[in-house]
Design a protein around this ligand. Structure first.
Ligand SMILES: C[S@@+](CC[C@H](N)C(=O)[O-])C[C@H]1O[C@@H](n2cnc3c(N)ncnc32)[C@H](O)[C@@H]1O
Length: 341
């Protein structure tokens, strides 16, 4: 059984559905954390058995399963017996289209606690990470390496969903050295290198992300075609690239910080190099799109923002890059392209 759709409900009921949205999200995160969809991959199992596998208190675990069944994440086959569903299967580990790591990362304390202070962030005009977490989000992830690793895996989940569509919208012809700035575990770079068989790639990210991501990078199967470099893009980025990718990087930062990053790219790049900024674009008027929710996620957690096309053009200009064009991809993202003159 699943929740009735909001359509056709009176406004009060619709609002109550919105109110319980965060609860439903936490139910999904708990089901993912206890690997319930993985345990149900081979067929239905008793609640008691699932509780044992989770190491959880049986009565409360069955209450979780009941609630998860009420929103379609699992299915009650008969009293006390539960099966997987296509919706819950998206929370399985290591299956194509899995968003398990992303759900765990977005609903873990690093994001969840700042979101609890959205009103404060809007009023003050800046992120509430310091108030909610005691530090900025990157320092928090450094201090909580397990959650930091989950965040990087979440980014890889998202990247895996969109990398191929993004890469197919890019022209990599003639590229020799592709640098992925803030490339996390290299999902986008791997897609780029598959589309550009002659090119070599440089994956650049924070030292802890590069150190932790070695296994994931090796799993792309591109061997020596990917070189990893650890560093801080506010200091410098790897030099000599003829193509730089910044995917979901600038949206983490303010305009001034984004200009610093782009200036470092401008300094490091070969003359004539192309700079591809892969982001969601804020349309000129409000349309149904996840970009507005992501924009607030960036505000509460990071002091970043999503941007319109003219806002990107202005950043490029301030960094000394020539703004060329914006190309939409088949996925959610667009490619904002500039040239190092
Ligand atoms: C939102 S994630 C995007 C990751 C990846 N580009 C993708 O689209 O999946 C931002 C990335 O920037 C990296 N990052 C944050 N601060 C950095 C810094 N000062 N220098 C280098 N990388 C940084 C993070 O570790 C993270 O991998």
């Amino acid at each position: 059984m699943s929740q009735p759709s909001a359509e056709g409900l009176p406004p009060t009921m619709q609002m109550l559905q919105i109110m319980v949205g965060p609860w439903v999200a936490q139910i999904a995160a708990a089901v993912a954390r206890f690997e319930v969809p993985d345990h149900l991959a081979e067929g239905p199992r008793a609640a008691l058995e699932l509780a044992k596998l989770a190491g959880a208190e049986p009565e409360t675990f069955e209450r979780l399963l009941r609630a998860a069944a009420s929103v379609g994440i699992v299915r009650e086959v008969s009293p006390g017996l539960y099966a997987g569903t296509p919706l819950g299967d998206t929370l399985r580990s290591n299956v194509p289209g899995s968003v398990r790591a992303l759900v765990l990362a977005e609903l873990g304390p690093g994001h969840w606690l700042p979101w609890g202070r959205l009103g404060d962030a809007v009023k003050a005009g800046h992120s509430q990470a310091a108030a909610a977490l005691g530090s900025d989000a990157w320092a928090y992830y450094r201090q909580n390496p397990e959650e930091g690793a989950a965040f990087a895996r979440g980014m890889s989940d998202l990247a895996a969903l969109v990398a191929a569509a993004t890469a197919s919208a890019c022209d990599f012809s003639g590229s020799e050295r592709i640098v992925d700035v803030g490339g996390s575990e290299g999902a986008m770079l791997a897609a780029a290198l598959r589309a550009a068989p002659e090119a070599h790639g440089v994956l650049f990210d924070l030292p802890e992300v590069i150190a932790r991501g070695r296994g994931a990078v090796a799993a792309h199967g591109l061997g020596r075609r990917i070189e990893t470099v650890a560093g801080d893009f506010f200091q410098e980025v790897p030099a000599g690239g003829d193509l730089y990718i910044l995917k979901m990087v600038l949206h983490d930062w303010s305009d001034d910080q984004s200009v610093t990053i782009l200036k470092n790219v401008q300094r490091a790049a070969r003359p004539g190099a192309r700079v591809l900024v892969v982001e969601m674009i804020v349309p000129p008027t409000v349309t149904p799109s996840p970009v507005y929710l992501m924009d607030l996620d960036m505000l509460v957690v990071l002091d970043g923002r999503e941007r319109t096309e003219p806002q990107f053009a202005a950043l490029f200009e301030r960094a000394g890059l020539r703004f060329e064009r914006v190309t939409p991809t088949l996925g959610l993202f667009s490619i904002v392209e500039g040239t190092r003159v």
